[in-house]
Write a protein that binds this ligand. Structure first.
Ligand code: ADP
Ligand code: ADP
Length: 234
């Protein structure tokens, strides 16, 4: 059975005018698959991520993740966005550990296993090339470095599902390509299922197993392509 199953999903945002953001989205995602989602601005890519994370419930259709109908925000999800948004008064290490304090079930474990999680945070930071920066504040790091840290933050609770919404969109091309390799390594190490929203087709081709193309709003799946297996790429 697939890891994620979306059947005829629609999302209509309420409000005065209301917006039909997604319509008739049916797709499966396998365990450990990395799917890139591309499509024009405003076509519902972020909406799709929110629905698959349980942050919003679809107005129609169903979302099943890991065999269960999604009816609330999922604790098995890690997220990173275009803007890393670190808490400015906390060190990088403390920012990376933040998800553990927010999700109830991790909070409990954090109390008795702080040393374990701190070691994991340091290990992740080292993997993305940030060893030695653990006790810096976010503003002391460049945008690219903060983006690396935000990947660590997304992975600290070892999520089964990783949601990346244009994580490298704000970065220059060199930093971006550098982070492709970092992401690929992190992904290969534990094989979370990954949904990656991007506007960069090269990025999609480089990283993804499969590319899903959404139409202009309301977003519908208009094409799906498997990407030829060319790993290891590094
Ligand atoms: P994308 O990520 O592809 O740019 P979004 O999922 O952010 O698209 O948005 C899809 C559509 O839904 C857009 O028209 C957007 O304005 C609208 N939208 C997104 N979030 C909300 C919201 N919380 N309330 C109302 N409309 C929204
Ligand atoms: P992206 O992920 O593509 O950067 P955003 O999620 O920031 O896009 O927003 C995409 C569109 O959805 C924008 O036009 C924004 O104005 C609209 N939008 C996002 N959140 C809301 C919201 N809570 N209410 C109304 N519109 C929203």
């Amino acid at each position: 059975r697939p890891f994620a199953e979306l059947s005829d999903v629609a999302m209509h945002y309420g409000g005065a005018e209301g917006t039909l953001a997604l319509e008739g989205v049916t797709m499966n995602v396998d365990h450990g698959e990395l799917v890139a989602v591309v499509g024009p601005s405003g076509c519902g890519k972020s909406t799709l991520m929110r629905l698959m994370s349980g942050l919003w419930l679809p107005t129609d259709g169903g979302v099943i993740i890991d065999g269960k109908e999604v009816d609330r925000p999922l604790s098995i999800v890690g997220m990173a966005f275009q803007n890393p948004t670190m808490l400015p008064w906390r060190t990088i290490l403390e920012n990376v550990m933040l998800p553990l304090e927010v999700v109830a079930e991790h909070k409990h474990r954090l109390r008795s296993h702080r040393a374990h999680y701190e070691a994991r945070a340091r290990e992740l930071l080292a993997l993305v090339g940030l060893a030695g920066f653990e006790h810096k504040l976010p503003h002391q790091l460049s945008g690219g470095m903060q983006q690396r840290a935000s990947l660590c933050r997304a992975l600290i609770h070892d999520p089964k599902l990783l949601m990346l919404d244009e994580p490298f969109g704000a970065l220059d091309i060199f930093t971006r390509e550098d982070l492709w390799a970092v992401l690929q390594e992190l992904w290969l190490a534990r094989r979370p299922t990954v949904m990656l929203v991007t506007h960069d087709l090269r990025e999609a081709v480089y990283l993804a197993d499969r590319i899903v193309v959404l139409s202009a709003r309301p977003g519908r799946v208009i094409a799906e392509r498997r990407v030829p297996f060319v790993r290891p790429r590094r």
